[in-house]
Write a protein that binds this ligand. Structure first.
Ligand code: QVQ
Ligand code: ZN
Length: 330
């Protein structure tokens, strides 16, 4: 059933009577065979009642402050609800770039005090996003070790994913939004406390989401503000269609590599805690034609990088590509 936002009063997506048609992200219990069918087809699925991070089901701000240790954590500060990711490295090459968020380093206890002081969500917002490492306290280590690694490894081996690269701990505020982007990794996203609304779009929606150029600090992020699209600049947004689903405590969302996703922390709980499992891409699958949308996105990235490397100046890429294509392949 295509659930369009037109029917939902709290929807912000059709502020200007534009509504993105959404289908529901499939949801099945772990024991249902359709879970493995969808994952093996690189289709998103919400695994309900998963015990992947069951050992962390009691995590709360207080518990983490008590047990996570004295290490410092990456906390992003934003003047708006949006926390658009940017690459520090690529920022050096784009001098006029103004980072939309500020990165702070602080101990978890400090973060908890700060987040509790921000009762009115109109003031600036913060979002803790930190890869779990061995600086955490013994209780957290114990609970991390007791994640259901057997199930996670079954997905990793069964689908020939690459190695686990990190488990990002995410602790945010109701209303925080991670704008639509894609990652070059497979992702098992586990929700622990509070809930999150995900919007997902197939990699073939590339032309409707206008990603920033690869050399830009916002590489892999869409230039489109889904809550207020600029149709003049991005006319194809009108053709955009995707999937929508809410994950709550105990749910795990599989986000296939290259699938676009936007994430909003729901207002249902003061505390919102998630942990994701990012896996490298697997060994190069055999090339079959027609190429998959994922393969085309990967290829487009290599072409952009090669052109930038060879031309040496981003402003020469468009004229070069136009010369190559217009009147010859069009
Ligand atoms: C969020 C991913 C989602 C997270 C911010 C980074 C995470 C992400 O807002 O829940 O796990 O791929 O994009
Ligand atoms: Zn992501």
């Amino acid at each position: 059933m295509a659930a369009s936002y037109e029917n939902e009063s709290e929807n912000r997506f059709n502020g200007n009577s534009f509504s993105i048609p959404f289908q529901e992200i499939p949801r099945f219990p772990k024991s249902d065979k359709r879970v493995n069918e969808l994952i093996s087809c690189k289709e998103p699925v919400i695994v309900t009642g998963s015990d992947l991070v069951g050992s962390a089901s009691h995590w709360s701000l207080d518990y983490l402050a008590e047990n996570i240790g004295d290490g410092t954590f990456n906390v992003y500060k934003s003047a708006s609800r949006k926390f658009k990711y940017y690459s520090d490295k690529k920022m050096q090459a784009v001098h006029e770039f103004a980072p939309p968020t500020q990165l702070l380093e602080m101990r978890f206890q400090e973060f908890m005090k700060l987040i509790r002081s921000k009762t009115n969500t109109n003031s600036e917002r913060i979002y803790l996003q930190q890869a779990l490492n061995n600086s955490v306290g013994p209780n957290i280590v114990h609970e991390f070790v007791n994640f259901n690694w057997a199930w996670a490894s079954e997905q990793q081996q069964g689908n020939s994913w690459g190695q686990l690269t990190s488990n990002l701990l995410l602790v945010g505020m109701p209303g925080n939004v991670t704008p639509v982007h894609y990652d070059e990794q497979e992702n098992l996203f586990a929700q622990i406390r509070g809930s999150k609304r995900f919007l997902l779009f197939h990699p073939d929606q590339f032309e409707n989401l206008y990603p920033y150029p690869v050399h830009h600090p916002h590489d892999r992020q869409s230039q489109v503000d889904l809550e207020n699209p600029d149709y003049e600049q991005f006319p194809n947004v009108r053709n955009l269609h995707g999937y929508e689903g809410v994950v709550g405590p105990g749910d795990v969302l599989y986000i296939p590599m290259y699938w676009w996703h936007q994430v909003e922390s729901c207002p249902d709980s003061e505390e919102n805690i998630s942990v994701n499992f990012w896996y490298m891409a697997g060994s190069v699958e055999k090339i079959e034609h027609p190429l998959s949308a994922q393969q085309k996105v990967a290829m487009s990235r290599n072409i952009e990088k090669m052109c930038l490397e060879a031309l040496g100046d981003p402003s020469e890429v468009a004229p070069f590509m136009k010369m190559l294509v217009l009147g010859r392949y069009t």
